[in-house]
Design a binder for this molecule. Structure first.
Ligand code: IVH
Length: 707
């Protein structure tokens, strides 16, 4: 079958046929997406078709069609965005969390400006949780729009910005040069509707409105942005050929009169008391605003004073973001479910009476482990004043950023008299095997190994996850489906690689099933085939062995080079002594616990047989030592915090390590660079205190030359 065939293996005749098929498929997908607004295939599938088309065209340039999808206007182009250097840098804001810090901010400014007592005026307005955008108008015409990027250079998203209704394309009566800055965001209602549409088409769901706004603005095809309901609040400016006003408030009013949408909750406040009063007023309206805000921004109103105050390295002295604390809500604990993870860990999950926390309905929360439920931390110290958690209790739930909700407190006054202390199960709820807690471990684990269906499914989910095999079209949902499938079961990783052949031998073919078609089944088999060639470190990480994460997998892979060397060494080290054992322990980053987990896994008969069955289907690539000495981050210690938009945390980490950087989990004096995405909290604060260089994601990508 040509469709599944590697481009390199096609004959010219087959290539021409395949290019025709791809042109038709992409054309149909474009029509569905742009004109009917009803995508028929996921973005990822679309990109794959596009890449395949480009690869075949590169191999057979003479066969490139006149209607080649690579040249289509309005199609999703493969190239990235152009770059725009901001005429005036786009900075971030200093953060405050407590009321006291607002008075300190005012004191600091007065001192800096040598002002006496008396009302210094500030504007106070919501801090919109979206992404910033700079719009440049020349002679009243929008000439370009750029994202913040690293603050100095942003991405050119002009075409996309033009599709946003709140952004005027022409202005009357504006200064000749006017750069308007503001926040692109998505309302809660539009976010929910977009995710409903994404779900219907099987496309990726966005985690929150900010991600949805970012994903929608940063589309290579403006037609997609047009179909996404983005909004824009103007809150500032960059380069100007003439001042807008003498004050911040006057400038915002002027922007409104030019046709920009400004936030109606912007107020002029005379000093800290009024600032805090307005902060509380905005906070009280937060849940009903219909869009996400994460604090209040204060700005010195007098622009002459703003100019005198100027900037620190990345933040203005004349402005401050007063962040909201994590949101809290009380609700009833209806039950405790036990989930079994891939390493057998029994994780208790609180089932809650659904409650709205910060605009999001929360119906479950993590309970960590049995000690946590009992009111103790991992060192046996009391938490929540020692209050245990019982089914039927009223519990206080909080949500900080995108993090899974947690339980902060229990209301003992409302505890039902019949509520009994929770007894943690000592058998696995999934397979009935004994669940034991080893000394020093806070977690109870199922001892069923591969016979436990929950462990097997979780292992498979891990196996196909992004840092592992990352098989397009085979995610957690599909793995779960195949695991329980009687005709085409996938019970262990090796089964994935026999799917195509087993399917071909069936009468009831996958392509004829509900939810599948010729194309989706073919795509799946092709995606699986593409991953038969796999880097050593990915394979090792994908096995999901306890204690062996992504970083360790790459260290081990680089140490042993080839898979065969490694397996021979594991066999040699099986007794946890001798030269192979010592050699394993000599790897910087591999301790005894991890080493033991590794050799045990390879010595355990059933597990080893399962690994060997898998490897028989693979072409495991040799790991090479990275020559990272001359990389700009070689030898530096980097910490990632907040949300990353362009890659997973795991990917960011492995890329940094591949360039010779050391990635740490917390900020200390030894940290060289903090990469802070949106939602960064205490780490960013600490880095600022220690004067550590802080970059946003784009700044980091620029530094490592990945843009
Ligand atoms: S003023 C010189 N005002 O917050 C700094 N920023 O944490 C100018 N933001 O990058 C920023 N709402 O994307 C300002 N009302 C508002 C804002 C706001 C949201 C964002 C903006 C900025 C980030 C800093």
């Amino acid at each position: 079958m040509i469709a599944g065939c590697a481009p390199e293996d096609l004959t010219p005749a087959e290539a021409a046929q395949e290019l025709a098929r791809l042109a038709a498929a992409l054309d149909a997908a474009n029509l569905a997406y742009h004109q009917r607004d009803m995508p028929e295939i996921s973005d990822a599938d679309y990109d794959r078709l596009k890449q395949r088309n480009a690869r075949i065209e590169a191999l057979f340039p003479d066969l490139k069609r006149p209607d080649s999808p690579s040249d289509q206007v309005g199609a999703r182009l493969a190239e990235g965005f152009g770059k725009i250097t901001h005429a005036v840098r786009m900075l971030s804001l200093g953060n405050a969390f407590d009321d006291d810090e607002i008075t300190e901010f005012d004191d600091y400014i007065r001192k800096y400006l040598s002002l006496g007592a008396g009302g210094l005026a500030y504007t106070a307005e919501p801090k919109i949780d979206g992404l910033s955008l700079s719009l440049r108008y020349e002679q009243g015409i929008l000439v370009h729009a750029a994202t913040r990027g690293d603050g100095t250079v942003g991405e050119n998203v002009t075409e996309n910005a033009r599709t946003i209704a709140d952004i005027p394309v022409t202005l009357t009566g504006a200064p000749d040069i006017l750069e308007v800055r503001g926040e692109v965001y998505m309302s809660h209602a539009d976010f929910a509707a977009l995710n409903d549409r994404q779900a219907e088409t099987g496309a990726k769901l966005f985690a929150n409105p900010r991600n949805a706004a970012a994903g929608s603005l940063r589309q290579l095809d403006a037609a997609i942005t047009r179909a996404r309901p983005l909004r824009f609040y103007a809150y500032g400016w960059g380069a100007l050929s003439a001042p807008l006003s003498e004050t911040q408030m006057g400038s915002i009013t002027r922007l409104a009169s030019l046709g920009f949408v400004t936030n109606e909750l912007t107020r002029l406040c005379q000093g800290p008391d009024e600032m805090l009063e307005h902060y509380r007023a905005i906070e009280a309206r937060r849940a009903t605003l219909g869009y996400d805000i994460d604090g209040v921004v204060y700005k010195v109103n007098d622009l002459a004073l703003q100019a005198r105050l100027g900037f620190r390295s990345t933040t203005p002295r004349w402005a401050l973001a007063h962040k909201f604390p994590a949101e809290l809500a009380w609700t009833r604990l209806e039950g405790i479910d036990i989930q079994v993870g891939r390493t057998g860990a029994l994780s208790p999950v609180a089932r809650l009476l659904p409650v709205t926390v910060g605009g999001v309905v929360v119906s479950n929360a993590t309970l960590h482990n049995e000690d946590y439920i009992a009111g103790r931390d991992s060192r046996g110290q009391e938490i929540r004043d020692g209050k245990d958690i019982r089914i039927g209790d009223w519990v206080q739930v909080y949500r900080a950023g995108d993090v899974i909700p947690k339980i902060a407190d229990v209301d003992l006054g409302k505890r039902p008299p019949e509520a009994a202390a929770y007894t943690f199960p000592d058998t696995c709820p999934e397979c009935g095997s004994a669940a034991i807690r080893e000394e020093g471990d806070s977690v109870r684990r199922c001892t069923g190994g591969l016979i436990c269906p929950a462990q097997a499914v979780e292992k498979l989910k891990h196996f196909v996850s992004r840092g592992a095999f990352d098989i397009e079209g085979l995610g957690a949902k599909q793995v779960e489906m195949f695991y329980h499938d009687d005709l085409l079961p996938v019970r262990e990783p090796a089964d994935i690689f026999t799917l195509r052949d087993r399917d071909a031998a069936q009468l009831a073919r996958l392509k004829n099933r509900d939810g599948w078609g010729d194309r989706s089944a073919g795509n799946l088999f092709q995606a699986i085939d593409e991953k038969r060639k796999i880097p050593f470190e990915r394979l090792l990480f994908a096995l999901g062995l306890r204690h062996v994460g992504e970083a360790a997998s790459s260290l081990i892979a680089t140490h042993y080079g080839t898979w065969d060397n490694f397996v021979a060494a594991m066999d040699g080290a099986a007794a946890c002594e001798g030269p192979d054992w010592d050699d394993l322990l000599s790897i910087d980053g591999v301790g005894k616990v991890m080493a033991r987990a590794l050799v045990t896994a390879f010595a355990q008969q059933a597990e080893r047989a399962s690994i060997d069955r898998l490897v028989a289907h693979l072409d495991v690539q040799e790991a090479r030592r990275v020559q990272a000495d001359d990389s700009p981050v070689a030898g530096k210690t980097v910490v990632f915090t907040g949300t990353l938009e362009k890659m997973t945390r795991a990917e960011a980490k492995s890329r940094a390590e591949a360039m010779g950087a050391k990635v740490a989990g917390s900020v200390s004096a030894k940290t060289d660079i903090l990469v802070a995405g949106p939602g960064a909290g205490s780490k960013a604060k600490k880095a600022a205190e220690l004067g550590i260089e802080t970059l946003d994601e784009d700044g980091w990508l620029t530094l490592i030359g990945a843009t």
